[in-house]
Design a protein around this ligand. Structure first.
Ligand code: ZN
Length: 280
């Protein structure tokens, strides 16, 4: 099942061009607010199994906005692939990799324009993003997937000059300019993914593939990462976890190479879909 936000309203997709407006098709049983989908994702999935095909309406790709438009928290995991840790000059972590926050105002959808901030060193980081569906605190690894509403695609866009200047790294600010947390185009429920522990992910700049990896290469798998986070944090429905990026980021290139105005960044995760952004 795919959960989406079409022009600000909660949708369940039937295919890529049609779906059910959740509030209208359920006659008010479910809210039109996309943020209300996550804690009720199981109920919605059960309802959608028998939903009336006649009640489905066309969905225009350009109307799809960020499926989780106002997450309570965006938690991100750094250095979670060994080759990426190496290319950025860090030792691969043996304990839980570094954890930082992206601020929710950085959220945008799976298409459109991202305005590059001054500095000239905005970098790409394709990531699989977990969408929390049930409150998680001290959840064991084997119970993590049961607490997720699904997975989506994310870009952890990062302004490297700001990130690494000053007495201590500025991860949170450098990764939270407007549009620096694109997600979407929809959230795919866990039951629809063949193997969430082996999803291909990648991105290209103007058609040249720069990152290509699989979640099978994560140092801390998605369930292990979230279980570790939940030892400290309480994650709530609608919170997002960016799970880390594979190697191939611009700062690891020789010379370092960053996004330029006019370039097109395409981002994909197997079994989920694709995002396209133009830099301005
Ligand atoms: Zn990242």
């Amino acid at each position: 099942m795919r959960f989406a936000n079409s022009a600000g309203r909660a949708f369940v997709l039937r295919d890529e061009i049609s779906g059910w407006d959740l509030a209208a098709a359920s006659e008010g049983r479910f809210s039109a607010d996309p943020m209300q989908m996550w804690s009720r994702h199981e109920e919605i999935r059960a309802w959608a199994r028998d939903a009336d095909a006649e009640a489905a309406v066309p969905v225009r790709p350009e109307d799809l906005d960020a499926p989780v438009p106002t997450p309570g928290a965006i938690v991100a995991i750094g250095l979670n692939y060994a080759e990426h840790a190496a290319e950025t000059g860090f030792e691969p972590p043996t304990e839980l990799p570094p954890v930082f926050a992206k601020f929710p105002s950085a959220i945008t959808g799976a298409h459109g324009t991202v305005t590059l901030p001054e500095g000239g060193s905005t970098d790409w980081e394709v990531e699989v993003v977990a969408v929390v569906g049930a409150e998680m605190h001290q959840v064991p690894e084997e119970r993590v997937f049961a607490h997720l509403a699904g997975l989506t695609i994310g870009q952890d866009l990062s302004e490297r000059t700001r990130q690494f200047s000053g007495p201590a790294p500025q991860f949170g600010l450098a990764k939270s300019y407007p549009g620096f947390a694109p997600i979407g185009p929809w959230v795919v429920s866990m039951d629809e993914l063949a193997d969430p522990n082996d999803l291909e992910l990648g991105c290209s700049v103007d058609g040249t593939v720069v990152q290509s990896g699989t979640t099978a290469r994560l140092l801390f798998s998605i369930p292990r990462s979230l279980s570790e986070l939940s030892k400290v944090l309480t994650l709530r429905p609608g919170d997002l976890v960016f799970t880390g990026t594979p190697d191939g980021v611009g700062m690891g290139m020789n010379p370092p190479t960053y996004l330029q105005p006019g370039q097109t960044l395409e981002t994909w995760v197997g079994g989920i879909g694709r995002m396209t952004h133009v830099m301005a």
